[in-house]
Design a protein around this ligand. Structure first.
Ligand code: SAM
Length: 280
């Protein structure tokens, strides 16, 4: 059953963390001349309107990208803000780039996008949005956990793999470490970036530990808490990004930016961040 629609959440605090980290990784990888692949196992629709439709209903973006839009931000956040500004050239925040579009705008010309999206409506939107990208992007209406197997290792032997499931089905908490373990067997040097929600659920709390136990030389785990966990145990109080084989510069960049994000995106005094890493 597929009920999740990312449009409801486009541009929220979790998207800010995810897309900022994603763009940083791509910018680092783009410093080498060899092209690389960007693989998105759960791509969503690609582009979102913020002022109409689902995104406008709860307007979650107002407490996400909306809080950064007219602010002076740390230099390291500028490439992310410029990516969103590229879609809003008149200065009014009306459009938001999903992970495929963040990748498209940040990737060097010779690099390629391989995108999976299972939901029929979001797949159609993604497919339409990607038409302008021609052969640079391939879109598949397939299970991304399964679909990446055939792509690893990619021909260029360089790739960022973003794994960003909805976790509405709690089996996603098990499928993520299994998919990464399988990926590392096929392609040990890939950069794997996993987004996860911060919830008071045992399955969620076990996920970072399961990822840390995988046989990668290095990893980085960053979390952004925006509010105090609720007394009833329900709801998301923040999110995290877990990166295996991260760029060596990412930890310092996050150390510079996370205090600003935690303060600017705070919903209450429980806001904060954590940054943990194992370096090779
Ligand atoms: N990565 C997107 C972004 O940052 O813009 C957001 C993706 S959203 C969190 C998760 C997406 O995964 C949803 O659009 C959902 O329809 C899709 N999905 C759910 N299960 C899937 C699966 N097994 N394979 C591929 N897509 C799936």
């Amino acid at each position: 059953m597929l009920s999740y629609r990312h449009a409801f959440h486009a541009g929220n605090h979790a998207d800010v963390l995810k897309h900022f980290v994603q763009i940083e990784i791509i910018r680092h990888m783009a410093q080498k001349p060899t092209p690389f692949w960007y693989i998105d196992t759960h791509a969503g629709a690609g582009l979102y309107a913020l002022d109409t439709g689902y995104a406008a209903q709860n307007a979650e973006y107002r407490d996400g990208i909306g809080r950064l839009w007219d602010r002076d931000v740390p230099d390291a956040l500028a490439p992310y803000l410029e990516t969103v500004r590229a879609l809003n050239p008149d200065g009014q925040l009306r459009h938001y780039p999903g992970s495929p579009w963040c990748a498209h705008l940040a990737l060097p010309p010779e690099s390629r996008l391989r995108l999976f999206e299972l939901h029929p409506s979001d797949f159609t939107l993604l497919d339409d949005n990607c038409r302008t990208l021609g052969r640079r992007a391939r879109v598949a209406q397939e299970d991304g956990f399964h679909g990446i197997k055939a792509l690893l290792p990619p021909p260029t032997r360089r790739a960022l793999i973003l794994i960003d499931p909805p976790y509405e089905d709690k089996r996603d908490y098990l499928r993520v470490p299994l998919a990464v373990a399988e990926g590392l067997k096929r392609f040990a040097t890939g950069v794997y970036a996993i987004w996860y929600p911060l919830l008071q659920r045992a399955e969620m709390q076990a996920l970072p530990g399961a990822l840390k136990a995988l046989p990668a030389n290095s990893w980085l785990d960053v979390t952004l808490t925006v509010k105090t966990p609720s007394n009833d145990g329900f709801g998301m109080h923040g999110s995290g990004m877990f990166i295996l084989n991260p760029p060596w510069t990412l930890k310092n960049t996050l150390a510079e930016v996370m205090p600003f994000l935690a303060e600017t995106l705070a919903g209450d005094s429980g806001a904060g961040f954590t940054l943990d890493a194992r370096e090779s």
